[in-house]
Design a protein around this ligand. Structure first.
Ligand code: RTP
Length: 193
């Protein structure tokens, strides 16, 4: 049988500005819903520059929260400035997905929501993403003048980054604030007892 886990893994999923502009919000949310992930947070949001990149005040006055910017790991990449322009160019849809029913049932073991969501999303370059994935099916745009891939959706690349991207720390909420996530559990599937 299946025992409910206290080990909850969360992924931060975000529909990027091109996904919102192109009217793909419903389609993309639907893919995660149909897969069976639980939606724990959802909002339309305009990303301020200092959330996407390191801003002056954080470097010089609050270095201890330096690590909270979403794309901190990419700051030395040549496409970084255009990535920041892209992600702040219009509203994004912020989502949290969790899976919780893993455990003693072997078939589900190791299938964490973070890695699984990455598979649903597909390769970073939408031209290389497999058909069947969100990027493979819905994206082709590589940016008219920008080198940044416009690939409609983001998903955390590790459980630790999932926590970092979602969780509110003392001075540095990343994408969600206290009280914005909704705690609920789906009704247990009765045929799997
Ligand atoms: P994401 O974080 O958005 O899920 O994407 P990812 O892990 O697949 O890719 P990552 O390497 O973390 O890069 C973040 C976003 O930057 C843009 N990018 N452009 N032109 C390029 O070589 C390039 N590489 C990355 C994409 O928008 C990518 O999703």
């Amino acid at each position: 049988g299946i025992v409910a886990s206290s080990e909850v893994e969360q992924s931060y999923i975000m529909i990027k500005p091109d996904g919102v502009q192109r009217g793909l919000v419903g389609e993309i949310i639907s893919r995660f819903e149909k897969k069976g992930f639980l939606l724990k947070g959802l909002k339309l949001f305009r990303c301020p520059k200092d959330l996407a990149q390191v801003c002056f005040i954080r470097i010089y006055y609050l270095p201890f929260i330096f690590s909270q910017e979403h794309y901190k790991d990419l700051k030395d990449k040549p496409f970084f400035p255009t990535l920041i322009d892209y992600i702040t160019s219009g509203p994004v849809v912020c989502m949290v997905s969790t899976s919780f029913v893993i455990l003693s049932c072997k078939a589900w073991e190791g299938a964490g929501v973070v890695a699984s969501a990455r598979k649903l999303i597909g390769a970073t370059n939408p031209l290389q993403a497999e058909p069947g994935t969100i990027r493979g099916d819905l994206a082709v745009q590589t940016g008219r003048s920008a080198p940044t891939f416009m690939n409609v959706v983001h998903g955390s690349d590790s459980p630790d980054n999932g926590k970092r991207e979602i969780v509110t720390l003392l001075f540095a909420a990343l994408w969600f604030k206290e009280g914005e996530l909704c705690q609920w559990e789906s009704v247990q599937t009765p045929w799997l007892v």
